[in-house]
Design a protein around this ligand. Structure first.
Ligand code: 5AD
Ligand code: SF4
Length: 475
């Protein structure tokens, strides 16, 4: 048993990051253990977790398991959890209640909890004390261990907690079962060294470590050969890609080399304003297959709060970058993240956020009420603002967000734009896809268009999505 430790998780050394190509193995005794058995995988949180789940699915299927949406019919239930805010935690606790009931009916059901929540000391201790019936608890650093942990559970039915608070390594060669045949996530970097004062990620995901360019470019080439149309380069702070490698290779270099492979659409998330270079902007502007869409979290419009958040930029600096991006990349769409109600955020601080928003008029924003995360510096800051007041501020901000989102979408009305059609929409028999600027479009079209990039005429726009019809087939 290995439990996490927040002090260890905070450590950062200059030690070289180990890249391992053969760590993942399936023990002989369980090679076909999943034959005629099913697993259900529930994923919470960010794209990083979504992609980790694709690796978990790949591992399960290599052991012979097949995927099952309905957990009441499954032999193994896996929760890939998120720790970013308290509500993510509450969702998991709710699901655990349901799984406990299933487990009471079927003793052989196996339950696995992975992802960011077990990396929190408090959570792993809670699972150890109060949720003894959970069979396996693993963290973000040892997904590759899943077959070995399963083998141990089969041999000896007792709870197995293996969560490491290490700075982290890079594990290559994990199997992957991708959710889509057309768009793919590609990790370029793990962890984060920014230590924004409210954020748990540097503790749950370890130090910033970049995958080697050769491994990333190989993966992208393979995806292109398999017919993928779009890739998203993934990391907590992708603009800092390569800094830790000390080989003079930057995010701008990676974007250019990825672009030259010729995959049709390239995206990347998430950008921290601190590391966004002019060179990167020039490369995005230069290559047509790098999408004109940038997610650039601002978090707050007040210099006072930004300083307390340890964001390392002022509003003036942020705005300078924002306008540089807008001016150099034609038609670019920019979205952001904002936290409302950071400890002791004053009315004036909040008004500053509204003021900046009204000036920058983002295409969209993801807005959150500040959530206290144990172990982060902000968690010990005094906070006299009531939740009610924070909720009111969030509502005010969301009104502004929605207003500009609709305005941004209105610019597309009656225009023809390329859309990668991904599959059926939730709505009445339509298909759905995204524009190059990451606008969601519901389209009246024949399913044979799925997987193609097609010109779509926008016939109606809403706040969060648009409606369209096929204009002409580009491919
Ligand atoms: N409380 C609220 N929002 C948070 N985020 C990160 N940590 C917290 C927290 N403790 C938000 C930030 C980040 C996004 C992924 O989640 O806005 O950009
Ligand atoms: Fe969290 Fe800041 Fe790192 Fe983003 S850059 S993951 S908000 S610490």
């Amino acid at each position: 048993m290995n439990l996490p430790n927040i002090k260890e998780a905070r450590k950062r050394t200059k030690d070289k990051v180990e890249v391992s190509y053969d760590r993942y193995q399936i023990p002989d005794s369980i090679k076909n253990v999943g034959k005629n058995k099913k697993y259900t995988l529930l994923t919470y949180g960010c794209q990083m977790n979504v992609h980790d789940s694709e690796n978990i699915a790949g591992i399960m299927e290599e052991m012979g398991y097949t995927k099952e949406e309905d957990m009441t019919k499954s032999d193994v239930i896996i929760l890939n959890t998120c720790a970013i805010r308290e509500n993510a935690h509450n969702k998991v606790v709710g699901i655990l209640g349901r799984i406990k009931k299933l487990k009471e009916e079927r003793e052989d059901l196996i339950t696995i909890i992975g992802g960011c929540m077990p990396q929190e000391e408090k959570i792993s201790n809670m699972l150890k004390e109060k949720y003894k019936w959970v069979d396996i608890v693993l963290g973000t650093h040892n997904i590759y261990d899943l077959p070995k942990l399963l083998e141990e559970v089969f041999n000896e039915r007792k709870q197995n907690i293996e969560v490491y608070s290490i700075e982290g390594e890079i594990i290559e060669g994990l199997p992957v079962k991708r959710d889509s045949k057309y768009k793919a996530w590609v990790n370029i970097q793990y962890g984060c060294d920014k230590f924004c004062s409210y954020c748990i990620v540097p503790y749950t995901r370890g130090k910033q470590r970049s995958r080697l360019p050769i491994d990333i470019l190989k993966e992208v080439k393979e995806l292109k050969e398999k017919g993928y149309k779009e890739i998203t380069l993934l990391g907590q702070n992708v603009n800092a890609y390569g800094k830790d490698l000390d080989i003079g290779y930057t995010m701008a270099n990676l974007l250019e080399d990825t672009s030259k492979i010729g995959i049709e659409r390239i995206r990347f998330v998430t950008s921290h304003p601190w590391d966004f270079t002019d060179e990167m902007i020039d490369i995005i502007a230069k290559y047509d297959n790098i999408m004109p869409y940038i997610h650039l979290p601002i978090q707050s419009g007040s210099d006072n709060i930004l300083k307390k958040m340890n964001r390392r930029y002022t509003i003036e600096e942020y705005k300078e970058l924002y306008y540089k991006i807008k001016n150099k990349i034609p038609g670019v769409s920019i979205t952001t993240d904002i936290i409302v109600g950071f400890p002791n955020e004053t009315k004036e601080d909040f008004e500053e956020t509204l003021k900046v928003y009204n000036e920058l008029k983002y295409d969209l924003a993801y807005t959150f009420i500040y959530s206290k995360r144990e172990g982060t510096p902000a968690s010990t800051m005094e906070d006299s603002i009531s939740l009610e007041e924070k909720e009111k501020r969030l509502q005010r901000l969301n009104k502004v967000v929605n207003k500009y989102a609709k305005e941004a979408n209105l610019k597309y009305l009656n225009k023809v734009v390329p859309v990668l059609i991904e599959g059926p929409s939730d709505k009445n028999n339509k298909l759905m896809g995204y524009t190059d600027t990451m606008k969601l479009v519901n389209i009246e079209a024949d399913p044979s268009y799925i997987g193609k990039i097609v010109d779509v005429l926008i016939t109606d726009v809403k706040t969060w999505s648009m409606e369209g019809v096929i204009n002409s087939d580009r491919k």
